[in-house]
Write a protein that binds this ligand. Structure first.
Ligand code: ADP
Ligand code: MG
Length: 326
């Protein structure tokens, strides 16, 4: 079983940021309103994610670390409309198989918490733990037992950069959740939940930069069950930054060719030379109209009506850039 988990880990867990991704998605699944991520040495030494979500009961702690026990997909219908972000039921066992992991949780309303440790997938005893309501997962010494994998990790700075990028994406996808990020004991980001337009703008500025926000065009357009909101840079926005390109489909970050093409076309059409367009856009549509599980790790999606989506994106952005109604 440990070997199976380690192989699974190879697919899900490439680097520290992959772990942060899985842990934070679990925290979101648990309905958390505040999530705190702490990393040490780029996350290789230690990653700690704590939340104020629903928690895990004493009886289910060990289960959370055993493979395939928790998969939420039980039928084809589930696959069609996966609403929650996690669905494989193997992230925690995979992470535990390549690290030293501590899982502590106190369900909402319970009068105490419990904790459990695992080392290279070997799960220990459940013990009482003093803690507030919510869940804390600590992952230490990533890949300590798989040296070949450890070699692929980059510098601490690069690995932390990946974690920060991930947090930025999450910050935009889930404006309602408070997010804190610390590295080596230093607070790097502390994002309050966006309750209204002002706080939402502040959050976008914190992620995309003040310079972007000052000149950005605000989008809000709906058509044929598609809704596009967000911010795009005016033609001529001087910061040539390829990484200022966020596109979310139903709250999930997407790097999709159809989307990229529509955006690029629109910019190109309005005399936008040489630079990468900058944008933070959110597309919402009926989950039945988009297949998000094409490549869970690759951020690709498949739209049922791709042409309609492409045209809608192109026209909306084009219109906003050129300042004319379509
Ligand atoms: P999945 O998210 O695909 O179900 P995971 O291995 O990521 O599988 O998590 C296993 C299970 O542990 C989850 O289904 C959930 O029940 C529980 N769990 C993990 N993290 C949390 C958390 N932060 N809060 C509450 N429950 C959690
Ligand atoms: Mg999960």
């Amino acid at each position: 079983v440990h070997l199976v988990n380690q192989i699974a880990a190879g697919e899900v867990i490439e680097r520290p940021s992959s772990i942060v991704k899985e842990l934070v998605e679990n925290s979101l699944d648990a309905g958390s309103g505040r999530i705190r991520v702490e990393a040490e040495r780029g996350g290789a030494r230690r990653i700690r994610v704590s939340d104020d979500g629903c928690g895990i009961s004493r009886d289910e702690l060990a289960l959370a670390l055993s493979a395939h026990a928790t998969s939420k997909i039980e039928s084809l219908d589930d696959l069609e409309g996966v609403a929650t972000l996690g669905f494989r039921g193997e992230a925690l066992p995979s992470i535990a198989s390549v690290s030293r992991l501590r899982l502590a949780s106190r369900p909402a309303g319970a009068d105490s918490g419990f904790e459990l440790e695992a080392e290279a997938g070997k799960v220990g005893e459940v013990r009482p733990a003093g803690m507030p309501e919510g869940t804390v997962i600590e992952v230490r010494d990533l890949f300590y037992n798989t040296p070949a994998r450890r070699k692929f990790m980059r510098t601490e700075r690069t690995e932390f950069g990946h974690i920060d990028d991930l947090l930025k994406r999450l910050a935009l996808a889930r404006m309602d959740v408070a997010l804190d990020l610390a590295h080596d004991g230093r607070m790097v980001r502390s994002l309050a939940p966006a309750a209204d337009e002002a706080t939402r703008n502040r959050r976008v500025a914190a992620v995309c930069g003040e310079a972007f926000m000052e000149q950005a065009i605000v989008l809000e357009e709906a058509h044929a069950g598609l809704r596009l909101t967000g911010w795009i840079a005016r033609p001529g926005f001087s910061r040539s930054q390829a990484d200022l390109q966020f596109f979310f489909v139903n709250g999930r970050l997407v790097r999709d060719r159809l989307v990229a093409h529509a955006v690029r076309q629109a910019y190109r059409d309005v005399l936008f030379h040489g630079r990468h367009p900058a944008f933070a856009l959110m597309l919402e549509l009926d989950p039945q109209r988009v297949d998000v599980n094409v490549h869970p790790q690759k951020h690709e999606v498949r739209f049922r009506d791709g042409r309609l989506v492409h045209d809608f994106l192109f026209k909306t952005i084009h219109h906003a850039l050129s300042g004319t109604r379509p």
